[in-house]
Design a protein around this ligand. Structure first.
Ligand SMILES: [Zn+2]
Length: 334
């Protein structure tokens, strides 16, 4: 075998050690070939050196074992369909609709439009992408490789139209609906109205520290599910995109404090949340530095017509959350 494939072995030698290749003159190449044809064994040096290295360095051995474990895990997940052929993961979504009357029994069409809005938001394929200012286009997340698939709709008639944001809608024993396995599904509960202080809560999400608990998931007021709701400034399904951002470990872009920190480097620091439709560019000063702020980020509070981007660093946080070793790895299990 060695004699038959000696040409390939020479190619392997060349690819394994470029320094050696540079030193080979036409004369000694002939010598080399003469030696091989004379029956001398030829080697690739990589594994020879590796064996020595691993024997001498237990930390490198540990790193190698960890890489092999992660690689096997990835291949296994791919084999089982937990990662789509294009490398995306697809989060299965269950809607739990608590309705008091036909008007807030959100239709299948609205729910499907919500899935569509989520997919377009996380792939940057909606029409508003062209409205991202030139200065922010380089940090736009683009295709996050996070997709959503409608896995089921559960509906329950109730007399309760007003809910506090206190998770009672998430348990049958408190008048709500139990979740479908929250370790594997993103549960979205839909309720009629959530009064809060002098206003109301459009929606709220649990963060990854609650991954897999009975109350894990998102709650939305029915008006803000999917496209075509009655609120003219918030009827494009993007409040749900914002809440799913929290579910995947994104913080508000202003860091929930005056000039706060959202743990993301490519979102300019800003003083606080925005509302309505701010005029671009808008400059705000934090720590003595004036910056053009990203009020069009999904994790701000602007009108939905103005919310249309995640950043690459935000995507890094979401990817960490759903990675095979992340707190929401279970969402990969179909
Ligand atoms: Zn929020």
């Amino acid at each position: 075998m060695k004699k038959i494939f000696f040409g390939a072995l020479i190619a392997l030698l060349v690819s394994c050690n470029n320094n050696e290749t540079e030193n080979i003159t036409p004369e000694n190449t002939n010598v080399e070939q003469a030696n091989i044809t004379a029956g001398k064994e030829a080697f690739c040096g990589s594994d020879i050196l590796r064996k020595k290295h691993l024997a001498e360095d237990p930390a490198a051995m540990q790193r190698m074992l960890q890489i092999e474990s992660q690689t096997a895990n990835y291949i296994e997940q791919k084999k089982m369909g937990k990662i789509l052929p294009d490398g995306s993961i697809e989060i299965p979504v269950i809607f739990n609709v608590l309705y008091t009357k036909a008007a807030n029994n959100v239709s299948d069409a609205r729910i499907n439009s919500q899935i569509d809005v989520l997919n377009k938001a996380f792939a940057s394929t909606h029409a508003d992408i062209s409205n991202i200012p030139a200065e922010f286009q380089p940090v736009n997340a683009g295709d996050t490789k996070i997709k959503f698939r409608l896995a089921g709709i559960n509906r329950k008639s109730t007399k309760t139209s007003r809910w506090a944001p206190d998770d009672k809608m998430k348990k049958a024993s408190t008048g709500g609906m139990d979740s479908t396995d929250p370790t594997k599904y993103l549960n979205i509960w839909v309720v009629d109205y959530m009064p809060y202080q002098s206003g109301y809560v459009l929606g709220y999400a649990t963060f990854p520290e609650d991954a897999g608990l009975w109350n894990d998931g998102v709650v939305m007021m029915d008006d803000y599910v999917g496209e075509g709701g009655p609120d003219p400034t918030h009827n494009q399904g993007r409040v749900t995109v914002h809440e799913v951002g929290h579910y995947l470990n994104l913080r508000h872009i202003w860091g929930d404090a005056n000039c706060g920190n959202d743990f993301v480097d490519d979102t300019p620091q800003q003083i606080t949340k925005h509302s309505g439709v701010p005029t671009y560019p808008r400059y705000e000063t934090c720590g003595g530095v004036s910056r053009s702020v990203m009020f069009m980020n999904y994790m701000d509070y602007s009108d939905e017509t103005t919310l249309f981007m995640f950043t690459q660093q935000q995507n890094n946080r979401m990817q960490a959350t759903i990675s095979a070793t992340g707190p929401r790895a279970g969402l990969r299990v179909l």
